[in-house]
Design a protein around this ligand. Structure first.
Ligand SMILES: NC(=O)c1ccc[n+]([C@@H]2O[C@H](COP(=O)([O-])OP(=O)(O)OC[C@H]3O[C@@H](n4cnc5c(N)ncnc54)[C@H](O)[C@@H]3O)[C@@H](O)[C@H]2O)c1
Ligand SMILES: O=C/C=C/C=C(\O)C(=O)O
Length: 486
């Protein structure tokens, strides 16, 4: 069986403790590899390698030299596209059609975009008068922050990890990555690509393991990491923020959500149905930007519910190698327990189960997979946990509204604020509502349409800070002002 090791200082190394855990394919429940679990020893070695590499040639390269290497990393991912695709599908069970359109291409794009961006960032400068009349000139320069701890989740493993590693390296930092224990493989594969592309040893390091009392905690507790960038649950974000407080290290947190879709009667119904179907069910609902609350103007409520039900029931449930499948399993049986507990809660609270609500019948070879039915409810109260808590599964609750003000109030009623999708053909309304919705990202008549130059992140308990475009470059650099008296 394949062994997945840490990648430290340019070499794949095992854990000295001999501790390892199973990597399970959630489509069929089979163990696909054994993953070494890092102890403090491996985390210390990875941070030391990253620190040494930070003092080495990487940050002193010209921007052209560094970005040329990052382009080679992107090309290296594309050259081994099929291997990355296979690994991502095996770790997550997601359909190949999804991973080949989103996960792997974005893994490569995250290096190209930030390599190009770094070449075009202007510096600020201010001239100022002085009492003696000679004046002074202020100008800003940016320097890499140092060793960045990158902690990433399992839902888009390569995409979300490179979304941080790409800009961090473009800015001249070095990184220690702790990928999710559920999805270690593409992070490890990337080590091979980095090496082949000429990234100096120690610039990109990977330690595998769990969160609490394991590699994740050891990394965030390590005093020689300068900043942390994290994507994952809000509760984990709080824990990481506490660890980062020791030594006053900066954090960028991309956290959970309970995103609202708002569908007005003046929408293009075909577009609203197609977009909402994707936003609820893509990646088996395991998308931080996904919609779990849908608010629909009352006059079109019944039509919308019946069309979304028809769409959900037409999804093709199946494993990655089934080319017709567009709906895979959840990440694990443990996560399925959580999702099914909300399915039960919805029934207990008297929801109308429009469709789904359970586990689909699967053929014997997939019976141990983490399959769950696409599910739609109506009729729950606004304060039901099913409506207020992030489930992170393929499900939504649909509720009617009577006025624009009511829709905005409902959308803003929770402590989360990541993303929202608004469906209307009235351009004035679109601007008005988009400006009022409390979320870091608002889509109008679309969903998950991404321009990587734009800001990305959540408000309220959905995160701290923004990444994307120059915002990533701001996080991964220190801005220094130099004042020269003339
Ligand atoms: N806002 C965004 O951009 C965004 C994007 C994707 C996913 N998410 C969120 O991520 C969650 C799903 O991902 P998940 O279940 O992997 O999240 P998670 O918080 O359970 O785990 C994320 C990572 O943190 C690590 N971790 C866990 N406990 C830790 C600790 N105490 N110290 C250090 N590291 C620790 C995990 O091992 C994993 O690598 C959802 O809440 C989703 O909304 C947010
Ligand atoms: O599940 C969350 C998906 C996040 C997507 C991004 O971070 C991105 O597109 O850059």
């Amino acid at each position: 069986m394949k062994d997945i090791k840490h990648f430290i200082d340019g070499e794949f190394v095992g854990s000295t403790s001999g501790k390892a855990f199973d990597n399970v394919n959630p489509a069929n429940g089979q163990v696909s590899s054994r993953v070494h679990e890092a102890g403090r020893e491996e985390v210390n070695a990875a941070v030391a390698a990253a620190r040494a590499a930070f003092k080495g040639p990487w940050r002193r390269m010209t921007v052209d030299q560094r970005t040329e290497i990052l382009h080679k990393v992107a090309d290296g991912i594309n050259a081994r596209f099929e291997e990355f695709l296979e690994a991502e599908c095996q770790d997550t069970g997601k359909p190949r059609s999804l991973a080949s359109h989103i996960d792997i291409p974005r893994g490569a794009a995250n290096f190209k975009v930030f390599a190009d961006l770094i070449k075009n960032v202007p510096a600020e400068s201010f001239e100022m008068p002085t009492p003696d009349g000679t004046g002074a000139l202020n100008y800003g320069i940016r320097r890499p922050k140092g060793v960045i701890g990158v902690i990433s989740p399992w839902n888009f493993p390569l995409l979300l990890m490179t979304w941080k590693v790409g800009p961090a390296l473009a800015c001249g930092n070095t990184v220690v990555v702790k990928p999710s224990e559920e999805t270690p493989t593409t992070t490890a594969l990337l080590g091979e690509v980095m090496k082949a592309a000429g990234v100096p040893d120690g610039v990109y390091n990977v330690v595998h393991g769990f969160g609490g009392n394991s590699a994740g905690a050891f990394l965030t507790e390590h005093p020689d990491v300068d900043a942390f960038t994290f994507t994952g649950e809000t509760g984990t974000g709080e824990t990481i923020m506490k660890a980062a407080a020791k030594g006053v290290r900066q954090v960028s947190l991309e956290l959970g959500g309970k995103n609202a879709g708002i569908v007005f009667a003046d929408c293009d119904m075909d577009k609203a149905i197609e977009g909402t179907l994707r936003s609820v069910f893509a990646n088996c609902g395991q998308v931080c930007l996904g919609t779990e609350r849908v608010y629909v103007e009352r006059s079109i409520f019944d039509e919308f519910v019946s069309r979304l039900k028809a769409g959900a029931e037409s999804l093709v449930i199946g494993p990655p190698d089934d080319e017709t499948s567009n709906f895979g399993p959840l990440i694990s049986l443990k996560h399925r327990e959580k999702v099914l507990s909300y399915y039960q809660k919805a029934r207990d609270e008297g929801a109308t189960v429009v469709t789904g609500g359970g586990v689909p019948d699967m053929p014997a070879e997939l019976a141990h997979g983490a399959w769950v039915q696409p599910t739609i409810w109506t009729g729950l109260k606004d304060d039901s946990p099913v409506v207020t808590e992030e489930i992170f599964g393929p499900c939504c609750h649909i509720r009617p509204f009577d006025s624009e003000a009511e829709a905005v109030e409902l959308a803003n009623s929770l402590p989360y604020g990541l993303a929202s999708a608004i469906w209307t053909e009235n351009v004035t309304r679109a601007h008005r509502v988009a400006a009022q919705v409390e979320a870091g990202i608002v889509w109008v008549n679309s969903w998950f349409l991404r321009d990587l130059r734009t800001s990305f992140g959540g408000s309220k308990q959905s995160g701290i800070g923004r990444e994307g475009g120059v915002h990533s470059l701001e996080f991964y650099t220190e801005l220094k002002n130099i004042c020269i008296k003339l």
